[in-house]
Write a protein that binds this ligand. Structure first.
Ligand SMILES: [Zn+2]
Length: 303
């Protein structure tokens, strides 16, 4: 069996993957990096959490460490073969986690960009199974992505590439965690959307994501809610139309917390995209992710 680990901006999830992309079981824990402080402490907590989750899963399913044929990590940023690197949302510059885990678990370790892992799983087992030319976009804290042309995942030799979240859509725009200004990610991050919604709609500071979803759904007829959503959709459409014009995919699959609003967002997005797409006659398929939060773990184990 394989272990797939998904390290996100706010949680670490570990799963046991068997057969063809079957997630036997998983463990997940939230981490609040702002409370952790230093980069060193963030690294410690990541390792502690991974060890704990693997331990729980091995016990639950009666496996031994020697049963693990490989461990795959889905991580943000630009990982190398042995290290996590450039994780702007986790405030980590470089973390040689591959060697540590290889020594501890005496198995093969693979570290890949999280967007690529989730996209790989959706392409192989999920919503993109039937498309040769397609794009996976994970819109959550940041933007994760994977592009497939003629069925193959596009991968540059150096760095993961496809940092769509950091394409600049606004000159001198909002400040991004990467140090640049006007990155697409700063306009479509669901984390920023939540913060903006709370501020502009004067909602309680500690509002949970699910409460916000319900609020927006109930108040779509109100002008301020509509404006907030339209702003997000326009910005999402600008970035996506750029991608469509470059890659001409048959379908775009959405993951991340964006999918929780699919019923409201997708029809609006489809309409707005027409304004910016070069080939306006093309009917692009917008499809929600099927494997949802499991995609990163399954992809990490299998990519
Ligand atoms: Zn950026």
């Amino acid at each position: 069996m394989k272990i797939g680990i998904d390290i996100g901006g706010s949680h670490i999830a570990t799963g046991i993957v068997v057969g063809k992309g079957i997630l036997l079981g998983k463990e997940s824990k939230d981490i609040d990096i702002f409370k952790l402080g230093s980069e060193e402490r963030v690294k410690e907590v990541i390792l502690e959490t991974i060890d704990m989750e693997i331990d729980i899963l091995l016990k639950r399913y009666d496996f031994k460490v020697s049963d693990i044929s490989r461990i795959g990590l889905a991580v943000p940023g630009s990982p190398t073969e042995t290290a996590m690197e450039n994780l702007v949302n986790l405030h980590i510059k470089k973390f040689e986690i591959g060697k540590i885990l290889a020594e501890k678990y005496n198995t093969k370790i693979k570290i890949k960009n999280d967007g690529k892992c989730a996209g790989f799983a959706e392409k192989k087992y999920g919503a993109l199974k039937d498309y040769d030319d397609c794009i996976f976009l994970c819109l959550g804290t940041g933007v994760g992505s994977a592009v497939f042309l003629k069925g193959e995942l596009l991968e540059p030799k150096r760095h993961p590439g496809f940092e769509f979240g950091h394409m600049v859509i606004q000159r001198d725009g909002k400040e991004c965690n990467c140090g640049n200004k006007g990155c697409w990610e700063t306009y479509v991050s669901m984390k920023r959307f939540k913060r903006e919604a709370i501020e502009k709609l004067k909602l309680p500071e500690d509002m949970e994501s699910i409460e916000l979803q319900n609020y927006i759904r109930k108040n779509m007829d109100k002008k301020d809610t509509q404006e907030l959503v339209d702003e997000l959709i326009t910005n999402a459409a600008i970035g996506m139309a750029n991608l469509i014009n470059i890659f001409e995919p048959e379908a775009i699959c959405f993951g991340g917390s964006f999918v929780y609003y699919n019923d409201i967002f997708l029809p609006k997005l489809k309409e707005k995209l027409k304004q910016y797409m070069f080939n306006k006659d093309f009917d692009i398929k917008l499809v929600p992710a099927k494997l949802k939060n499991d995609a990163g773990m399954i992809g990490a184990a299998e990519i």
